[in-house]
Design a protein around this ligand. Structure first.
Ligand code: ADP
Ligand code: DP6
Ligand code: CO
Length: 299
């Protein structure tokens, strides 16, 4: 028995928590697209001792405690010790949303292993305790609203997305720690809450109306403002590397040349590029030539 979940990339970003009730209530709404390529596969087996392996490596005490704290919140009065074996087919903790597929795959597997009988909506809420973005990893397009509710959205847009890998190493500061610093110190927090709530409303409409350009424009606005919030925090949080800026400039230049593409970036230096399926061959060729060996498919 094992469970798979795909990671998701936000087109309206989640950054900062309000509280846990025990499910996560975020400070802002977010909207995401599910990857069709990058996933986590997780298997649980009964074991003499609680153990946590990630990509065949036994994890240290800190990571093990973190994951079992989550397990014990989900499974009350657990009567079995377990070994968790999990595989990410993308870099872990590098801004490629491993926590989203990681915690959703684990939630699905816990649900099966311990016969928890959780329905989809509850699965999303449970996953949000492990990682906010994980709550969005069940649906192709998901809205995680300010009440902590998950809604499945629809659109006829045929999305395609690649990531340009700038740095696949572990980030120096986790998303969780970084967004706490932003919440405690950023002077832009009120602006962030107000504007990103607006962006989510506009994005919902753009998806419904199949307006790809509107989706792209709002995705960039939410991305840019989130990184302003990070940079305005004390200490300042900056996930950019020089190549991140170069790729973003390249996307803007291509757009001026009439190619319909938009960028987004999460808590890591890697840049994701969003376009429509109909332009996939042309755009992938351009990026594979320019950034040879650095391109991975996301959608
Ligand atoms: P990312 O950008 O990859 O989402 P985060 O800082 O949000 O980075 O989260 C990374 C953390 O998520 C890891 O340090 C680990 O604690 C957790 N994580 C990642 N993959 C898994 C997995 N497959 N199973 C359980 N936890 C995972
Ligand atoms: C920048 O969900 O990884 O990717 O809830 O603390 O685990 P925790 O954080 P996480 O944050 C994701 C932040 C983001 C934007 C997004 O995915 O919406
Ligand atoms: Co994450």
């Amino acid at each position: 028995m094992s469970s798979i979940a795909y990671m998701n990339i936000a087109i309206v970003k989640y950054w900062c928590k309000d509280k846990f009730t025990p499910y996560l209530i975020p400070l802002v709404p977010s909207i995401s697209l599910l990857s069709t390529k990058l996933y986590t596969k997780t298997e649980i087996k009964e074991s003499g001792k609680d153990l946590f392996y990630l990509n065949d490596i036994l994890q240290d005490e800190k990571e093990t405690n973190k994951v079992f704290t989550f397990v014990d919140k989900v499974v009350k009065n657990r009567n079995k010790k377990i070994c968790i074996n999990t595989y990410n087919n993308m870099p872990t903790a590098a801004g490629l949303a491993s926590s989203s597929s990681g915690y959703m795959a684990l939630s699905i597997e816990l649900n099966k292993f311990f016969n928890l009988d959780l329905e989809d909506n509850m699965l999303c809420k449970i996953a949000s305790i492990g990682s906010g973005s994980a709550s969005r990893s069940l649906y192709p397009i998901a809205l995680f609203d300010k009440n902590g509710e998950i809604e499945k959205l629809e659109s006829n847009i045929q999305f395609s997305m690649i990531a340009v890998i700038v740095n696949a190493n572990r980030k120096k500061i986790s998303s969780r720690a970084a967004m706490q610093i932003s919440k405690d110190t950023s002077k832009l927090l009120d602006v962030w809450i107000e504007k990103n709530t607006e962006y989510a409303d506009i994005m919902k409409r753009a998806l419904k109306e199949n307006d790809f350009n509107k989706v792209g424009i709002i995705m960039e606005k939410s991305t840019n403002l989130m990184h302003e919030v990070m940079k305005s925090s004390t200490p300042s949080i900056d996930y950019f590397m020089p190549l991140s800026y170069e790729i973003i400039e390249f996307v803007k230049k291509l757009r001026l040349d009439g190619i319909n593409i938009y960028y987004t970036m999460d808590a890591g230096a890697n840049v994701k590029v969003l376009f429509e399926k109909k332009d996939e061959v042309k755009i992938k060729k351009i990026f594979n030539e320019k950034y040879e060996g650095k391109i991975i498919d996301v959608i």
